[in-house]
Design a protein around this ligand. Structure first.
Ligand SMILES: [Zn+2]
Length: 105
């Protein structure tokens, strides 16, 4: 079963109103407007090129992805100047913190 199917199943169960509320809260706080696929792919490519394909935080070259420097949840956007190449490890550690919060400043 897909996650979506599972959520729908829970939502349709009247005994699971608590779950429905949690899910709707998650959806409300997760309303990040993702840019369209093509635009997002190009933006990511531009960011990787600009950062030489390396994690800007530790220099790792493998398994890099794009990090929101100012997290979406804090009002950051999808523009390339708010994006940085980051390895999985740094991106997971940083999470939805600002760089200062992540580094404990
Ligand atoms: Zn890193």
């Amino acid at each position: 079963m897909t996650v979506r199917g599972f959520i729908d199943l829970l939502l349709n169960d009247p005994l699971r109103n608590d779950v429905a509320e949690i899910v709707s809260n998650v959806r409300r706080h997760n309303h990040t407007p993702r840019p369209s696929g093509q635009y997002w792919e190009k933006t990511k490519r531009d960011v990787f090129l600009r950062d030489n394909g390396k994690c800007v935080y530790c220099g790792e070259e493998n398994g890099v992805e794009v990090d929101h420097v100012i997290p979406f949840s804090l009002g950051g956007n999808n523009e390339s100047d708010n994006l940085a190449t980051s390895c999985l490890r740094c991106n997971r550690q940083k999470g939805s913190k600002t760089i200062d919060e992540w580094l404990g400043k």
